[in-house]
Ligand binder design. Sequence first.
Ligand SMILES: C[S@@+](CC[C@H](N)C(=O)[O-])C[C@H]1O[C@@H](n2cnc3c(N)ncnc32)[C@H](O)[C@@H]1O
Length: 380
Amino acid sequence: MTSHSDIYQIPSPQETSNKSENTSVTSPLLSPRKRLAIKGFNAAQMAIAESYINGLEVPDAMLKGLFDVAMPILFKHFPFLLASYNWVLKETDELTKNGEELMKIQYDRPQQMLNLMLGEGNIIYPKYSTGLWENGAKNLEESQMHMIDGVIERLGIKDGDHILDFGCGWGCVPNYILSKFPNVRFTGINLSHEQCNYMRRKMQDSTSYLSSGRFTLFEGNLNDANFEEKFDKILSIGVFCHVGNLTKAFQKLATFLKPKGRVLIHIITVKTPNHVTSPFTHKYIFPHGRYWNYDAVPNCCGDLKTVQRWYLNGMNYSQTLSAWLANFDKNQAVIQTLDYGVDYAHFRRIWRLYLIWFISNFASGDGEYNGNGQYLMVHA
Ligand SMILES: C[S@@+](CC[C@H](N)C(=O)[O-])C[C@H]1O[C@@H](n2cnc3c(N)ncnc32)[C@H](O)[C@@H]1O
């Protein structure tokens, strides 16, 4: 793997104004000709994806080969084709859109399937975001520990901090950090009822740090969250692809933060002029999901400002997804018995297409087009 992570300091206003096409929350609007080309591209993409989902036999190697060739070309030469809908280019009115649909299609899927795919250990609970492999992690669990260690360092977590985790998944990050700091307290927000049930069980399990009395769970949407107490630190890992309005989200998070508090936003990002999505993921995987351009967060003028950012090379996520695909395939005996509300063969093809495609996306251009961004933010 040729991956590395680069540290970027925020460009000066002078540098920013020289790169105006790449630096605002709103991506450039597209001409009618480009829109027409996107329409054709979307139709072709869905025709191929749905033929596969409906049973067209294509060996994995051929499918992956297709994405390995096409994605770098699209990222490099035709990124506008990945702006599948007008809404992806600009902030939506709502902070998040269609959360219930997202939970149904993605996060509240049979939990046994998700847990087997993501992996589950004594400290590292299922974690649905990239691991960090570039420092020599030997397996998925270790890669996730390395990733969280990096978050602890960049956010400057200290014992005694009260931390808010927006979109806390199955409580993996809180559990790991609580295990390292005896006086840290965590509050987790999650809209997924099934994931919250998992954490509620752990909160009753004496072997879990979530049962230490230092973890509080808020089941609900960030839109509706309100807290009396302010937090020393706020983190959010892998959630902002579901946030349609950065300005409103940062306004909200700023109201939860102490005056000298810090925020670390970790998101999937693209180094293309426009934000991107795809009709396949919008319909089958992440409704209204989008990948923000790498400059979108620091250029979002609002109540929080970015003071430092890091680009985590996409090869890390590509390797994580490969581990998830291997887990998914390895655990077929159990996974195929669960109820997905649709014919299992159909579901399996949707899910494998998603994983195989994303493995290629993140590996495109040696991981330099599609990776993860981490943004350290403070009150503006
Ligand atoms: C990709 S997962 C990442 C989970 C966790 N941060 C991790 O790294 O494992 C995204 C999480 O955000 C939650 N989520 C998505 N939209 C949300 C919203 N509007 N309000 C609260 N939670 C949300 C999902 O239920 C899920 O737990």
